[in-house]
Write a protein that binds this ligand. Sequence first.
Ligand SMILES: [Mg+2]
Length: 365
Amino acid sequence: MTLHRHSGTPLMKYNYLVHGVKATVLALALNAASASASASALDAPNPDPNPSPSVPETVGTCPDYKGALNLPDFQGPERKRFRSWQSRYWSGAHSPYHMVHDEVVNPEDDITIVGKFDYSRTWHKDLEQEYVHAYVYGTGMSGWDYLGKFKTNDDGKISVLLGKKPAGEYIVRMVVEGDLSQADGFVSVVPKGQETVLFDIDGTLTLNDFEQVGDYIGTSTAQTWGYAKETVQAYIDKGYRVIYVTGRPYWNARDTREWFTKVVDLPQWHLRTNNDGGSPLSYETETYKREYLTYLQQEKGLKIIRAYGNASTDITSYADSGIPKNETWIIGENAGEQGIQAIHGDYSGHFFDVVEKTQEAACRR
Ligand SMILES: [Mg+2]
């Protein structure tokens, strides 16, 4: 695949949302936003590594919240000319939207991590047949390890083998040789049975449901529900693993990570976006969430003890993956549907009534 617009990017809104004149006005406005966003290709660095979030010391087999924070000095590759003029053009004229797919694995697994490299918020032009350097840092390591140099395929992807890693948190950084643009991804090596709390993002932690309308402009600055941050932080402090599973398409990962660190002030952490994504069609989001949550529980042994969402598709995908309905908490207009637990208003009442009273994770007890 060479050049493609993903559903969910601004112009595709024609198909889903808008009509006639309103569509034209909206498309013009969004094109203007997209043009200004692409004004300088490299002023879109990876989010800060968030060196000072509040994270507890690791106890026993609790998640190592500090494993992939406070990153050591990083020495990237030497910049060398892109192999093709097309790559030079796209890199020079458009912002990078690279991302590395986060993975949850077990200590006995051989780890493969995939990076995807493209340019332009609107076009997502894949970076084809170009070199990318990969590095890893994490639990128990004193510095970055170099993993090698890889050539992207015709989908702009590289696959990197890491071998096996001890339980902990790792960050994989991939750097494009031609312009030194980069992306980070998280590998969580998790012993089976680790207690986990699941959060959807759109409409669950944020007030806006970008996921539902398929428009992701503004995700990096989205407002959160009251006490949403405190709710997530409380589970981190109690020793639970927190995972974020969103229907947002993979190319939104960069804005989402930026939002976590700059708006919410939570540590960077495992974030799963819809890898094939782009479409806001709800059945696709539902299927993707059900399949991924089933995989995490049945194959990776995560014990999801509580889940948060907002959409009716969250209710069904959580239930179908085996998460108990009495531990499924839904905020917003679908609260209380289908026999699940309701959060009315913001999280403040829920925080004091339920979250604060939740016992510490088993790894602490
Ligand atoms: Mg949602």
